[in-house]
Each structure stands twice: as C-alpha cells, then as structure tokens.
Design a protein around this ligand. Structure first.
Ligand SMILES: Nc1ncnc2c1ncn2[C@@H]1O[C@H](COP(=O)(O)OP(=O)(O)O)[C@@H](O)[C@H]1O
Ligand SMILES: [Mg+2]
Length: 371
C-alpha cells in the first residue's frame, strides 16, 4: 500500500498541511526543527495510533489548538480509502473511514501500515525491555489488527488486577482483613487467559522474525553476525493451554510477593526479548555501530515479514542516514529502495544516498514545498 495524500490540521507545528505523495521515494529536506519528523510521525500515527516519539497525544496537538486531525488517502492495489483520525487529548479520539460515520480508532488499523526507522531505534538494543515489547506488540498489530484488542484487554485486566493488589497491600499494612482470594483467583484466570494469547503471538512472531533479522544483519554488516532473538519470560510452552497453565502457575508462585508489593509481577508486561549478537547479548556488549546495525535489522525484518504476508508497508526513514557510516548508509538505502513507498527525512540532500532518487520536498518554517 502507499499514501497518495496526507493532510494535517493542527498537528504538531502544522496549522494546515496538504502533501500529495507518490509511490517510490519521497524525501523531505530541511534544517532541524522545521517540521520534517512531524510529517512522518503523522503517517506513523495512522498505522499505530501512537507516536514513535511521545507516549501521550497531548504534544501532537498544535500549541493553542484543541484537537488535531490527520487524514490520509491510501491506495492498496486498485482500492482507495480515506482514513481520518481526530486527536482529542483527555477525551476519546475519533475516526472515520471514507468519510462515513464514526468508527472506533482501532478500526482504522491495518489500512495504513508503516515500518518506521528513527534515531530513537537505538533504544531497541540499548534501552529497557519496554522498548522491545513495544516493538513486538506494534508489529503484532500490524500483522493482525485484532491484536490491538488483545493488547488493550490485557492492559485493562492488568490495571484492574493491580488495583486489587494495591488495595490488598494497603489493607495488610493497616491491619485490615486483606484480599478476597476468590476475587484474586478470578483475576489470575483473566490475566493468564489474555496473557497466554499475547505470549503465544509474541513467540510465534519471534520464530519468524529471528531468521529475517539475521539475514538483514548479514546484508548490513556482512560477516558481523549471526544475530538471534530470544524471548525472555518465566513461562514456556508451545500451545496456548500450556502457556495459560504456565502463567497461572507462575502467578500462584508470585502471589505472596504480589500481595506484599501490591503489583502484578508476572506476565507479558514484564517480559523481554534478548537480542544476541554472536555469543553475547547485544545490550551492554555490542558497539555503537553494531547496535545500530541490530536496530536496523529488526526494522528490516519487520518490513520483510509484513511484505511476505501480503501487507507491504510504507517505509519511513526519519533522519537515520546521518547516524550511519557510509557503508551502512549505502547498504540500507539499497535494501529499502525497491519498496512501494519510502518516506525519508534528512537535514541536507547529501545525507540521502543516491539510490534514493525521487520526489523532493523542502520543509522550512512550516511550509512543505515540492522542489
Ligand atoms: N504541539 C506542537 N505545537 C506547536 N509546535 C510544535 C508542537 N510540537 C512540536 N512543535 C514544533 O515542531 C518543531 C519540531 O519539528 P520536527 O518535525 O521534529 O523537526 P525536524 O524538521 O527537525 O524533524 C519544533 O520547532 C517544535 O517546537
Ligand atoms: Mg526530525
């Protein structure tokens, strides 16, 4: 798929922006702070209902405005669709497809798919487990939009269970009668059921993504690998039932501690993906260049996976070439150049490798001008 037109209203620095887009490569060039990332962040938002830079919507709404609107005309083969999201920080966001009446924001997932490369990606390798969970779970949702429902079910159950544990912990401290264990049993089952679903999907994802990441790493940094992805969590199993049983058992073991601390200590929200480079974990061992290659490999693997499953995404490369040495830059450019649509941002034209010739826009002072 590709985006043929992007419209923004009161999104980030843009009061209004209308950007017609072509298939192939489009680069947005302009000095720092001019609004290049803001444009591609909007495309990413349509794909994930979130920003790659901030965790809440408030900063996405133009200072002084009440709401932002992001709209895109999307082409998938012969099919054209218009998707629109209205961001209302503090209130429910709204969505429309083909100008028809309201749908849930979640219903637009799957119309725009992106794989977004950004300087923040280094955190995939060097950062906390949460960064890697966000990566796997966003990719799960791009593969199968219904996973957005599973993820939000899990978040909801976790929140409610934590509330229960917290009040239990408070009651204990104040000599109260403690937690109603039958209620907690029920929440354990909810958590294990939705958790097992999420866990099964993550494990399945890693089994296909691992080999793709290794292949991508070899292309970016020949002879530098191999790399592997290993799921890290207390529960093992190959079927949904085994994972359910495992989670329930692990919750049982953690129960005493959970009641003391007032928080859920077991479940997919605590798990991690270990990134291995050769014999070593990348985190804490890999060099800066190796860490970059690994992060790029994960994104490239995501691209290959979605493409192989018939969901060719828009590739977004936000200011990444400036981070890379010439060899990696050229190799990355060659790997992404054939994609259906590639959106690149860079401070100067010279940062964009030659194979990524295509449409150019100049971005300056909130104006996006085709050059
Ligand atoms: N909610 C907002 N309202 C107004 N301006 C914003 C908002 N969010 C970010 N900006 C402005 O957008 C600019 C950064 O845009 P960005 O796209 O990140 O720049 P770059 O071209 O370097 O990628 C900054 O000047 C920032 O002040
Ligand atoms: Mg930027």
């Amino acid at each position: 798929m590709h985006v043929t037109h992007l419209s923004l209203a009161d999104f980030r620095s843009y009061a209004l922006a209308e950007v017609p887009l072509d298939q192939g490569v489009t680069a947005f060039i302009g000095p720092n702070g001019q609004g290049k990332t803001n444009l591609v962040e909007a495309v990413g938002y349509l794909a994930t209902l979130g920003s790659h830079r901030v965790s809440s919507d408030a900063p996405l709404v133009r200072m002084g405005a009440e709401r932002a609107v992001v709209r895109a005309q999307v082409r998938q083969g012969e099919r054209q669709q218009l998707v629109e999201l209205e961001l209302n920080p503090g209130k429910a966001n709204r969505a429309r497809i083909n100008r028809s009446s309201q749908v849930r924001p979640r219903d637009v997932l799957g119309i725009v798919r992106t794989v977004l490369f950004a300087p923040e990606d280094l955190a995939l390798v060097k950062g906390d487990p949460g960064e890697r969970r966000k990566f796997t779970d966003e990719l799960l949702t791009a593969r199968a939009p219904r996973m957005a429902g599973v993820r939000s079910d899990y978040e909801r159950v976790l929140k409610q269970r934590n509330t229960l544990l917290k009040s239990a912990a408070m009651a204990r401290r104040h000599g109260g009668k403690g937690v109603d264990l039958t209620t907690l049993d029920v929440w354990d089952q909810h958590l294990a059921r939705v958790g097992a679903e999420l866990l099964a999907q993550r494990l399945d994802l890693l089994s296909v993504l691992g080999p793709l990441a290794d292949k991508a790493y070899e292309r970016l940094a020949p002879g530098g690998g191999p790399v592997a992805l290993e799921y890290r969590g207390p529960v093992e199993g190959s079927s949904r039932e085994e994972l359910y049983g495992g989670l329930l058992g692990a919750l049982g073991e953690a129960r005493k501690q959970e009641i003391e601390r007032g928080v859920t200590l077991v479940g997919p929200h605590r798990d991690d993906v270990s990134l291995r480079l050769g014999e070593l974990p990348a985190k804490g061992y890999a060099s800066h260049g190796e860490s970059w290659s690994f992060a790029l490999s994960l994104r490239l693997a995501a691209y290959e996976l979605l493409k192989s499953e018939g969901h060719e995404p828009v590739l977004v490369l936000d200011d990444v070439f400036a981070e890379l040495d010439v060899k990696r830059r050229e190799r990355l450019a060659e790997l992404v150049a054939p994609a259906e649509q590639v959106l690149v941002t860079a401070a100067v034209e010279e940062d964009v490798p030659g194979v990524l010739a295509g449409t150019r826009f100049a971005v300056a002072e909130g104006e996006v001008t085709r050059v």
